[in-house]
Design a binder for this molecule. Structure first.
Ligand SMILES: Cc1cc2nc3c(=O)[nH]c(=O)nc-3n(C[C@H](O)[C@H](O)[C@H](O)COP(=O)(O)O)c2cc1C
Length: 219
């Protein structure tokens, strides 16, 4: 095992320790690493191999701050704030920590040195409707590839789907055309937190052998 903040070439270590990183060192990410992360995304499968994607890399501090400001404004919604504050106060420990982290990210998005915005573009397979679950199948594998590649390179990421809340500023600042659909915003940088291990349900609890409810213990 490598130390908790370094990169790794071990696929299994990367899978087992790739977790949501929401704090980053104030250190620029070299172009070469960003290229590698996005290239890993482009190796993902997509419907009919049409690769209906384009990745927008945002490093400009003013653009990051403009997006972050829009996001903070969304957080002014009293219902949303109350929901988050309640979860932080009284949820189970894991949820409390996750919500506190998520709130911190909402408030400090611009602290991520890089934002990657994977966009669906030219979507034809397995559907033409970007608003569907099926559309996601042609881009979210690229997203996971990128997050694992980043982990391998010692870069921390977190999956987020608040792109809709900042759609206007994102499109205006980055020139994203109406025919493209941002599918996520992935903040990325050198982590100021440790990678995994992650807390997940045991595989035995979520696997049915031949039938939905036919669980079994591992040998
Ligand atoms: C579809 C999706 C949307 C997410 N949206 C957010 C988000 O808006 N803000 C955030 O801080 N984390 C977000 N996350 C990260 C999850 O909270 C995180 O992956 C989960 O809690 C597991 O965390 P771990 O990998 O550190 O164990 C999102 C994850 C997914 C898969």
């Amino acid at each position: 095992m490598t130390d908790a903040r370094s990169g790794t070439n071990d696929l299994w270590e990367a899978i087992y320790t790739q977790r949501a990183i929401r704090r980053w060192r104030d250190e620029p990410v070299p172009d070469a690493l960003i290229w590698k992360v996005i290239e890993a995304g482009t190796k993902a499968p997509s419907g009919s191999n049409l690769q209906p994607w384009r990745f927008v890399v945002i490093r400009d501090a003013e653009t990051r701050e403009a997006i972050a400001a829009e996001l903070r404004q969304g957080l002014e919604n009293p219902g949303l704030r109350q929901m988050i504050d309640n979860a932080i106060k009284s949820g189970p420990r894991g949820e409390r920590l996750m919500m506190a982290g998520a709130k911190g990210l909402f408030e400090n998005l611009a602290s991520a040195p890089v934002l990657i915005v994977p966009c669906l573009y030219g979507l034809q397979s397995p559907t033409q409707d970007p608003a569907t679950l099926l559309a996601g199948s042609s881009i979210y594998q690229a997203v996971q590839n990128m997050m694992l590649a980043a982990r391998g390179l010692g870069l921390g990421t977190v999956m987020t789907t608040f792109q809709g809340a900042v759609d206007g500023v994102l499109r205006e600042r980055c020139g994203i055309p109406a025919e493209a659909t941002p599918a996520a915003i992935i903040p990325m940088g050198f982590p100021d937190a440790n990678f995994g291990p992650t807390n997940r349900k045991p595989v035995e609890d979520v696997t049915g052998w031949e039938r939905w409810d036919a669980t079994r213990a591992r040998d």
